[in-house]
Ligand binder design. Sequence first.
Ligand code: SF4
Length: 426
Amino acid sequence: MTDLSALPPGSGLRGATIPVLRERGQREVFCGLTGIVWLHRKMQDAFFLVVGSRTCAHLIQSAAGVMIFSEPRFGTAILGDRDLAGIADANDELDRLCVQLLERRPDIGTLFLVGSCPSEVIKLDLAKAAERLSAQLLPRVRVVSYSGSGIETTFTQGEDSALGALVPLMPRSEARQLLVVGCIADVVEDQFRRVFDQLGIGPVSFFPARRAGDLPSVGPNTDLLLAQPFVGNTARALEALGARVLEAPYPFGAEGTTEWFAAAARAWGVDNVQFQDVTRPLEDRARKAVSRHVARLSGKSLFLMPDSQLEIPIARFLNRELGMRLIEVGTPHLDRRLMAAELPLLPDDVALSEGQDVERQLDRLRGAAPDLVLCGLGLANPLEAEGFATKWSIELVFSPVHGYEQAGDLAELFARPLDRRERLRV
Ligand code: SF4
């Protein structure tokens, strides 16, 4: 069990010096538009209008699926040839379309204009458009903009950019408070809130909130606890307003979740006995749920391709709680500060890589012949065809996987592909 008076696990170890293979080459990842899928589910008064091409529209529609019973809260303003050639005034068109949309949809309180590769190529200034439209539509609707373009980004950065666009609009506060940063499922938010209450930590806000318009406040007495490892720019923007990041592993698995709460408990001076009383039964239950998958996963080798930026915490969980052997842990970007509490928890012999040169990485993968590969959708099918068992990393952001009660489900996500193979073999 975690003892609040002891140093956090991994303190003082070699996390800062762990060697990293850096690669720059062809990458196989989705673009930041993908984030709309989970962001629009979370922020129920938000609409995401992608300003892009038919390709962007197809991507977002196929990623989000078709909503049958409700009107979708995302769409694409398709830039036509006349816009791309600079013949039509795309700004006028965009303003007209936004006003029309908002007249038709009184449920929308925040409109995100989402930039794409085509809108960036023609240098359509969406920040200016958002300012213009806000001036016209406030206080009923707030319009903000960010880029989801696929140039030099990975798909989870879309969330970081969306949240970053909201930071300047957050009210300021001097009050001591805890702010959980990163989009998590409502069910997980409720569970986390209950634990913070029992620990006597509060007030606690979540960013993003269920309604985009309910922006939490921030200031010099705000502690930040990051729920997702890909919100680095948002965290830096909040720090610039005086908030401080509490260093912690991410709340994946029983251990990670306890250590995440422990970081807040230490900062808020929670009594050790109270901490044990609250977290021990939850952690025990989570460990029991995880243990059901140990027989399937223990000793199996895992290769993590760089895709979601969740690779390091997930590798830590699978190695420490399920006994999987890590062959290579790839991450699109390594932010050592945000990973300071995670890196020392990886095994000594871990091969860590940052960025991607996909062909070279695939050669390493084939050479190692892992039992399971965590990768993006674009690589999963070809690798399955070559005989590898794969797990789509995008499932880690589409399903609730944070916290104690989801720890067993998270383990199951990785056990399932191996189970399926076993059954097919019989
Ligand atoms: S934003 Fe760029 S990478 Fe993403 S779907 Fe549109 S064109 Fe493709």
